[in-house]
Structures are given as C-alpha cells and as structure tokens.
Design a protein around this ligand. Sequence first.
Ligand code: PSU
Ligand code: MN
Length: 305
Amino acid sequence: MTPQTASPFIDIHPPVAEALRAGKPVVALESTIITHGMPYPDNGAMAAKVEQIIIEGGATPATIAVVNGRIKIGLSDGERESLAMTGDAMKLSRADIGFAVAESRTGGTTVAATMIAAHIAGIKVFATGGIGGVHKGAEKSFDISADLDELARTPVIVVSAGAKAILDIEKTLEVLETRGVPVVGHACETMPAFWSRQSRFRAPLTLHNAEEIARFYETRQALGLSGGILIANPVPRNDEISADEMAGYIEAAQKAAEAQNVTGKAVTPFLLGKILELTDGRSLKTNIALVENNARLAAEIAKAL
Ligand code: PSU
Ligand code: MN
C-alpha cells in the first residue's frame, strides 16, 4: 500500500484507484518501451492497444511513468499520447526515479522503476516486453541491468518474453538464480529469447497457466520469501523471428554499438533501434505482438490472484 511519505508524489489515475480500492485486478505497464523502445507513432499505438487488451481481459491497466515530477500510476489517453511524443524523456530506473521526482522531470520507467512504483501502489502484476539483463561482454563493460536486482527485492510478478536476445541469456539466468529470482517458463520448457520462441537454454521452472502462477506467487509470499517472479512467455508462433535469423542482426547491431562507442543507458535503446533498421521493421512487429501476448497473460494472472 502507498507509504505515507511517498503519497504526496503520486497520482493514481481514477479508474486505477477505484479498482485497487475494490480489490479488482490491475496490471501495471512500463513506459521506457514507449519513450525509448519504439519509434513514434508505433509506440503510442502499441501503448493504447496493450491497455485495451488488458481491459478486454477483465483487468484495469495502469501505465506507469513520471510526468513533470509526478509518479503516475495509470495515464489518461491524452497523457499517454503526449508521453509517446516526448522526444527528450529520461529513461528512469531505480537510480534516477527519485531524481526525476525531485527535479520535476518527465521520463519512461524501466522494468525496475515500474516494479518500484507498482509495489508502492499495491499492484502485484506487471506486463512488459523483455527485461534488461547481463549484456554480452559484461565481463568487460560490467553492464548488468538494474532490472535483475529489482526482481530480487520487489514482490511483483513480471510477465516478459524472456530477456532481450541482445543480452547474454545464459549469464542473465545465472545472475537471477544467484539473486534468488524464480524464472518460470509459461507453458514451455525452454527459455524464450524475446523475438524468438526458443533460446539455447532451459527455463529453470515451468508452470502451465495463470492459476498456477498465482498460487506460486501466494505461496512465496506466505513463506516470507522476498522479491518478484519473472515469467517468460514465448512470442506467438506466427509472429516470431527465428533465433538463427536474429543472431546475424544482433551481432551487426552490437558491432555498430561498439564502433560508435555507445555505453550505459543508451545501449539497449540503440540496439533495439539498429535491429529495427536491419530487419526492415519486422522486429518491431514482433516486439508489439509479444507485448500484447504478455498483457493477455498478465490480465489472467491478475484475475487469478
Ligand atoms: N522491453 C522492450 N523494449 C524496451 C525495454 C524492454 O521491448 O525498451 C526496456 C525496459 O524498460 C527495460 C529496459 O527495463 O529496456 C532495460 O534497460 P537497461 O538494459 O538499460 O537496464
Ligand atoms: Mn545497462
């Protein structure tokens, strides 16, 4: 529930507030995917569609962002569209969400920051595309997403299509295991790889439906086990791009990032943009399809809880 000291900085969109008060299912959505993950106007259209899917699934969507220093739990259509058009929005993770609030800035929240805000508001389920993780070459760059640490500490179920295939999936799984984060394949034994249904790695755990996922979450809570759960939900078959085909694009994007000295927070948006270019927009279509698919499952989980 909203801690007293946080509430002066938070605006809960009326339909979300009402659903939370009534104990109805709510699904949080991140906004870095809007501000940094996709180009305009596809980003705004995707964000609207995903909210629609959650409503059709019987839950209330709450897109989370920081707008002029206010932590928004749920956006109006106008606010969401205007965020989609904000060219200079910040990318906000745990390290910078407080800064954006203190300095009245506007930004998209990453998986980590969205988990923080969702938890403050009392929302237990959150749908995204892919989480951040351990980047390829992390042994040199030390680039490991704050999303992994957040999953270890904040009790929110994150529904994803796995870790983005631009990452080192094997090392990402290792860090999640070390930090005590359950990684659950949804009706699959193999870890998905974002644009592709299969990576080369096994899903550490498998559950078959929303009810089983809800029961697992509640059991962990009852046992006093802290932290979240990562659900890995494969992209629908008709929308996938095979891992073999993606590998070439990913390598080319990585080379371009190195050549242009792209580092830090800019790496993920740069790689996604480059891959979009290299695939002639196909990666974007797949990205949208998998987010929609995750929103559907998240709504079912929210109802099952
Ligand atoms: N999934 C997408 N597109 C994105 C992201 C995820 O389909 O843009 C964002 C998420 O917000 C995730 C962030 O938390 O990328 C990870 O960034 P970094 O690797 O810098 O932690
Ligand atoms: Mn990073």
